[in-house]
Design a protein around this ligand. Sequence first.
Ligand code: MRU
Length: 351
Amino acid sequence: MQERLNVVRLSEDEKSVVILDQTKLPNHEEYLNLEDAESMWNAIKLLQVRGAPAIGVFAGYALAVLAGQIADLPRKEFLEMLQKQADYLNSSRPTAVNLSWALKRQMEKAEKCKENDCHEIARTLIREAKRIDEENLEMNRKIAEYGVTLIKDGDGILTHCNAGYLACLGYGTATAPMYMAQEKGMHIHVYSDETRPLLQGARLTSFELAKSGVPVTSICDNMASLVMKEGKIQAVMVGCDRIAANGDFANKIGTSGVAILAKYYHIPFYTLGPSSTIDFSTKTGSDIHIEQRDPDEIRSMWYKEPMILREVDCYNPSFDVTDHSLLTAIVTERGIVYPPFEENLKKLFQK
Ligand code: MRU
């Protein structure tokens, strides 16, 4: 695998979390050293660290670092304070389940720890955060192995938003089969939707694929139908922020439109994600909380001059839900899940 930028890591002294500031890409490679809960919360909210699995890994490290800062407290107060910090971080963004998943996993680890010395509990959480990080990389590698079996030499693949290594670390998830295909010497060509309003496809996906040597063409969102009609696309591969028990899934706004187009043109449509993205407690997509973001993200589009008059209302849901009936398969680290999703997801994950 080619060398990738370091998206999330623990600092050498284990007292802060270092992230690549993704709002500065593709033109500037800047890193932020985050030590306090507020800057960690802001980093998630402002998308300096983003993408469901990367947010999960970040949250694991963030809570471990915060635990170290309150470790002089007696155990009971320590755990109460840590829960407050976890709840606070969890309030930053609602849709990607990986955030609450990682925080819950860390809290359970802390509570199970029999130690009265809270410094020891904090060290346990650092080890657990590293484990979450390593497990995530391993899951992405397995997703790559399963996912690559779905593509053929010469295929054109459309993707939406960024579910690459910047969002998920390692191979990424939607990009995992693309990177694996490249390693195997296969020839593929990726079409990357720009992904309005914050342009994760244009700024991030085309950046990371091009830098890694994977042939990529950036297109505006409203060109997806045309490239499909022109026969350039043989598969659509996207990430996911939360998969409900019935296979409905939330992903970046616009994903469901791409799925509808793919169905019309008889192109297989896949979502790829690790098990930390599957939320069996959410029965269907209508139970998924969709984040609403600042309308100025639509008005301003990264420039100082607004493109839309102030008095014009803007609607800015950050995600949408793709109905499972539009999905060809879900690719996970345990294998490829085909319909009926509810039954087959359960079989694979709830043995
Ligand atoms: O708002 P973002 O940039 O965090 O949204 C990211 C996406 O929607 C990704 O496609 C999703 O998190 C899946 S990444 C595995």
